[in-house]
Design a protein around this ligand. Structure first.
Ligand code: CA
Length: 242
């Protein structure tokens, strides 16, 4: 994909050194971008600019918390947001992901890792042209894994998977958010309708049984990635794999 097809990336970061690091990395790889240093400037860009495709967002901004920027943006857009957090606490990342962030990096982060996350987020957008308008496609395909949402059927290498209703809901939720880290709370709310911490063990059990059915090698999962203390993410496998 030509860099010019990717739209413009908005970098929101008040630390000039980090902002320049990110801007330089994006420049070198041909991504168009603009930089702002506050939540207010970020929201102004997000509400007025029409060329933006992705936000790289620092959580610790001088005027408002980055989490508020995500919450506000999610009022009208599913534009991918990659969070940069200097804070080590999982709680901050979880709050950002719960508010609707797609992914996170903890500072100090490697530029290669940031670029990899940018590619994943932009690919998600390319696979889901409706992502910005909340439309969902009727079918899903990810390497050998396929889902027909209308029929409520999932297949692996063309063979129907025998999933329980909860396993199917879990798989469909992860699939619809491929590339995005989903928090335990978010998954519990979507699948069970509540987000009680006491439900977490059930989530782990259903995730284990689902994985047994879709991951041939349990110790090297290729579809569902675990984020310890945070949640899970469906990975996009190599398109040539089937
Ligand atoms: Ca900061």
């Amino acid at each position: 994909m030509a860099a010019s097809d990717n739209g413009t990336i908005l970098v929101v970061e008040d630390d000039a050194a980090v902002r320049n690091l990110v801007a330089t990395a994006l420049d070198v790889h041909g991504y168009r971008h603009r930089e702002v240093a506050s939540a207010t400037a970020a929201l102004l860009e997000l509400t007025s600019a029409r060329d933006l495709s992705l936000v790289i967002l620092d959580l610790g901004l001088p005027d408002r918390d980055g989490v508020e920027v995500i919450r506000t943006l999610r009022g009208w857009s599913l534009m991918p947001v990659i969070v940069l957090s200097a804070r080590q606490e999982d709680a901050d990342k979880v709050a950002a992901l719960d508010a609707g962030a797609d992914d996170y990096l903890t500072k100090p982060f490697s530029v290669d890792e940031l670029l990899a996350r940018v590619r994943v987020a932009l690919r998600r957008l390319a696979y889901e042209p409706g992502a910005l308008s909340q439309q969902q496609p009727a079918t899903y395909s990810n390497g050998p894994l396929a889902i027909d949402y209308d029929a409520g059927v999932a297949t692996l290498a063309g063979k129907e998977l025998h999933l329980t209703p909860i396993e199917y809901k879990l798989l469909a939720l992860l699939a619809k958010n491929t590339g995005k880290v989903l928090t335990h709370n978010f998954i519990l709310k979507e699948v069970w309708g509540s987000a009680l911490a006491s439900d977490l063990p059930s989530l782990r059990v259903f995730m284990a049984t689902l994985r047994k059915k879709i991951e041939p090698a349990a110790d090297s999962p290729r579809f569902i990635q675990t984020h310890v203390g945070i949640g899970y993410r469906m990975l996009q496998v190599d398109a040539s794999e089937s």
